[in-house]
Write a new protein. Structure first.
Ligand SMILES: CC(=O)[C@@H](O)[C@H](O)COP(=O)(O)O
Ligand SMILES: NCC(=O)COP(=O)(O)O
Length: 252
């Protein structure tokens, strides 16, 4: 089974466009879990454009009270502090999610657009990963489908990788002939990760059109999906959208 972790960034983004708490992120998380999602993902950014530290605390409490539900917090452990954002490490060590996905985003990025270069970042990630694992938190690294880099992910102590699927999604959207080559590169990267004993997650711009192919990725354990699922929820309703993604992942 491929687990669906629903990313709630975009619900928080709408909430933040007004004062107050509408829509309520925790209520939407509950709807996703009641509809069968196996996890919740958030990617708090230092500018707090969507998910805020308080959301992470409340969602940790919600997921912690649900048996078998995974809470996944994503972010850059080295991002410069902004305002009252406590930093990814402080927030994660306080809230104890099941999984922390480390992502090499700059503060000014519109969204995530590349995996780690571990030749550069590997040495400073080693103590960060060790600290998270000592706290009982599974560590996943956001990675491009590059086998040499994935070997380094194993060396620095990661438990899993999350393959960055943006270029694959873009190729599918453009109906580009490169789509199959990109998918095959992801398959080889996933096989390599599995051979090294790393778990395999994937995410970024996955949707109901590109998932039917991607779900065949060898050993795929989890996808985190936010943007497209939230857009689909506008038309279908959130419960139906979650069920549609679960069906898609199950090949129905
Ligand atoms: C790591 C990744 O692919 C995406 O995380 C992500 O969480 C999207 O972030 P935004 O919602 O801020 O674009
Ligand atoms: N880790 C990827 C993620 O959480 C969701 O990204 P997106 O579906 O919003 O692109």
């Amino acid at each position: 089974m491929i687990a669906l972790s629903v990313n709630l960034n975009k619900i928080a983004l709408i909430r933040n466009s007004r004062e107050g708490n509408f829509p309520d992120v925790v209520t939407h998380a509950r709807t996703c879990l009641d509809a069968g999602a196996q996890g919740i993902t958030v990617h708090p950014r230092p500018d707090q454009r969507h998910i805020r530290p308080g959301d992470v605390r409340e969602l940790a409490a919600l997921c912690g009270n649900r048996h078998g539900i995974e809470f996944n917090v994503e972010g850059n452990p080295f991002a410069a502090h902004q305002g009252d954002y406590p930093g990814l490490m402080e927030l994660v060590l306080e809230t104890q999610p099941d999984q922390c996905t480390l992502v090499p985003d700059n503060n000014d990025q519109l969204t995530s657009d590349h995996g780690f270069n571990l030749k550069l970042d590997g040495p400073r990630l080693v103590p960060v990963i060790a600290k998270l694992k000592d706290a009982g938190i599974r560590v996943s690294l956001f990675m491009d489908p590059d086998q040499e880099q994935i070997s380094l992910a194993k060396d620095v102590g990661a438990d899993r990788i999350e393959l960055y699927t943006g270029p694959y999604a873009e190729a599918v959207a453009k109906q580009s002939p490169e789509m199959e080559d990109i998918f095959n590169t992801h398959c080889a990267a996933a096989e390599h990760a599995r051979h090294l004993g790393l778990g395999v997650n994937a995410g970024h711009d996955l949707n109901l059109v590109n998932l039917p192919r991607y779900r065949a990725l060898p050993g795929l354990q989890e996808v985190s999906i936010g943007h497209a699922l939230t857009v689909d929820a506008i038309a279908m309703g959130l419960e139906n959208a979650v069920k549609a993604y679960l069906d898609c992942l199950a090949g129905k």
